[in-house]
Design a protein around this ligand. Structure first.
Ligand code: TYM
Length: 344
């Protein structure tokens, strides 16, 4: 899918997470763990807590402030190192909001109404949701393209938004006859690109699911994790020797995939070990590895959260470094569109 135009841009990775609720095992395996692993490679890594996205639905202000800091703590606890990556909070770099407005004039309304996430969140209520919820993907495109990012690690659920980002970049380049924006590549890789609910194998594990038993939160303690896994919905059959045998067993497939992602193994390696066994033996093993991986993260998160002023300093430093990259790209974008540059 690599676009030839990307060769003229330096490799740069951008991704973001909403601070709209506590982060889940899905966010960890589908995003945070991979963010950490991508550091130190050929591409510069830029990671963002996207608070402007979170406010497209109502957020209690005090809770939001706390969740922004908690998300920063989660990034760092999962291994994102502010010395090796740029880690910052979206609203503290105003280029995002400015670029989003420019993209509101490039994107088409029809593109926005086609987004399944908008349809899911708005339901039958399309006339009464915030305008921001509809325009959300133009802000997401702004996040990525304000850094001329070439690759974006995300979970499966963000694929359609990434396609729209590519459409915005291509339309801008076409309309203004420039090669100003790369066409960013989605990095949707590994076995955990879509971690499912523990209660319903057809639904994504999500911080907004009303049932807390449906997810593992990064703040859950060891007993809670073990209990949620014990109660996870499964079936009565033993595990097969290969993933093909789980085609029609979504809940079982999900638990095997989670084990594989936590253990850095392939699902078939996991099944080779558990073939013929039932969930009475698989679930305790899964709980054990989940606790082993998540407990140090939960502990580091609470250590960071004990010093909010330090988190604020880290985010302020990240915002300054992000701004230094974003500002000239925004100015160039305005210039291409015929707007006068910002006074200096
Ligand atoms: P958000 O906050 O819903 O999720 C953050 C990241 O976690 C991934 N994820 C999952 N991966 C696997 N299984 C799951 N159950 C699961 N749940 C969530 C998401 O795919 C995502 O990678 N619109 C984005 C945030 C965003 C963004 C951006 C991302 C704003 N601007 C620019 C990348 C680049 C969102 O709502 O993600």
């Amino acid at each position: 899918m690599s676009d030839p135009i990307n060769a003229s841009f330096r490799p740069r990775i951008f991704s973001g997470i909403q601070p709209s609720g506590g982060l889940t095992l899905g966010n960890y395996l589908g995003a945070l763990k991979r963010f950490a692993a991508l550091q130190g490679g050929e591409a510069e890594t830029i990671y963002c807590i996207v608070d402007l996205h979170a406010i497209t639905v109502w957020q209690d202000p005090d809770a939001l402030r706390n969740r922004i800091r908690e998300a920063a703590a989660a990034f760092m606890a999962a291994g994102v190192d502010p010395a090796r990556s740029v880690l910052f909070n979206q609203s503290q770099v105003s280029a995002h909001a400015e670029m989003a407005w420019l993209f509101n004039t490039v994107a088409r309304v029809g593109w926005m109404y086609r987004m399944t996430q908008f349809k899911d969140k708005a339901g039958k209520n399309t006339e009464n949701v915030s305008l921001g919820l509809l325009a959300y993907p133009a802000l997401m495109a702004a996040d990525i393209l304000t850094y001329q990012a070439t690759a974006v690690p995300v979970g499966e659920d963000q694929k359609q938004h990434l396609e729209l980002t590519r459409d915005i970049a291509a339309k801008f380049n076409h309309d203004y006859k420039v090669n100003h924006f790369p066409i960013p590549e989605p990095l949707i890789e590994g076995v955990a690109t879509r971690v499912m609910s523990l209660r319903d194998g057809s639904r994504k594990m999500s911080k907004s699911d009303p049932s807390d038993a449906s997810r593992i939160n990064l703040t859950d303690d060891a007993d809670t994790i073990a209990q949620k896994i014990r109660k996870a919905r499964t079936d009565a059959d033993p595990l097969p020797g290969q993933m093909d045998g789980l085609k029609d067993r979504p809940e079982a497939r999900n638990l095997v995939n989670i084990y594989a992602a936590l253990a850095d193994q392939t699902p078939d390696q996991v099944l080779a070990r558990f073939e013929g066994q039932g969930f009475a033996s698989f679930k305790p093993a899964l709980a054990e590895i989940a606790v082993q991986v998540l407990s140090p993260i939960t502990r580091r998160m609470s250590e960071y959260m004990a010093d909010p002023a330090q988190i604020d300093r880290i985010l302020a430093d990240g915002a300054e470094r992000a701004d230094a990259i974003a500002r000239p790209i925004l100015e160039r974008t305005k210039d291409i569109m015929g707007l006068l540059k910002t006074r200096t």
